[in-house]
Write a protein that binds this ligand. Structure first.
Ligand code: SAM
Length: 231
């Protein structure tokens, strides 16, 4: 283990777990390590679950090891959970981190989401969708710390030219995937949030940006309903 660490492997991959919120989640080589800052989006997902129907349909898109889903499973037990990722390694860890009742599904997003939801019988019925999609601009990936650059999959970071390809893909699916009162909560960098909000508004969607207390993280909150509180 010390030798692996000396070579720069992240401690979480070596010991096989990461602490996230108040949970201990399985991770390992080949999977993105959930970041502490993403507890903010997980908290907002929980709030949305509690404000939703009795048994909300909750989707974690680009789930990786499924940190959002794991928090939902522990704090909104009645939710019906679906987690989607195209990586087999990520899905293996997600299955360990979620209860057996959760569905962990392969899908190349955003294109595959419609088929995944139809297959699960919840197309147009998603109450809450949470995601930490890849959102690093392609040209900025080199600036990531070596631990991330060398030991996490490139496609877990690379969000295209401005970093928002996956976020835009999810926003564009809101109306087709979500229930009338559905909400999407999408983490991004604070400097990207304004662009994402304009994109959502240009699709006639309700949108506001939530900022974490430390100012590091933004979450774009997108709703089918247009009478969304301004923000
Ligand atoms: C930034 S990581 C976030 C993982 C998890 N949400 C978290 O916070 O730990 C992004 C995830 O998206 C997955 N991914 C990247 N491109 C994808 C695609 N086109 N379709 C499905 N999953 C994708 C990667 O495998 C990775 O697990």
């Amino acid at each position: 283990m010390v030798r692996r660490r000396e070579k720069g492997e992240p401690p979480e991959h070596i010991v096989g777990y990461v602490k996230f919120a108040d949970l201990r989640l399985s991770v390992g080589p080949g999977v993105f390590i959930p970041r502490r800052r993403s507890a903010f989006v997980a908290d907002l997902v929980i709030d949305a679950c509690h404000a939703s129907v009795v048994r909300p349909v909750v989707v974690e898109a680009y789930c990786g090891a499924a940190p959002i889903g794991a928090v939902v499973a522990s704090r909104a037990e009645s939710a019906r959970l679906i987690a989607v990722d195209h990586s087999a390694v990520a899905r293996r860890h997600a299955r360990r981190n979620l209860p057996a009742s959760a569905r962990v599904v392969h899908g190349a997003l955003p294109g595959a989401m419609t088929g995944v939801l139809a297959g699960e019988g919840v197309l147009g019925a998603v109450d809450v969708l949470g995601a930490v999609a890849p959102y690093v601009p392609s040209s900025r990936r080199d600036l990531l710390p070596a631990e991330a650059l060398d030991h996490e999959p490139a496609d877990s970071h690379d969000g295209g030219h401005d970093g928002l390809d996956a976020v835009r893909g999810l926003i564009a699916g809101t109306r087709r995937w979500c229930s009338a009162d559905g909400v999407m909560l999408l983490e991004c960098h604070r400097d990207q949030a304004g662009v994402a909000r304009l994109y959502a508004q240009s699709h006639g969607l309700g949108c506001r940006v939530r900022h974490s207390h430390d100012g590091q993280t933004a979450v774009v909150e997108v709703r089918v309903a247009r009478d969304h509180p301004p923000g």
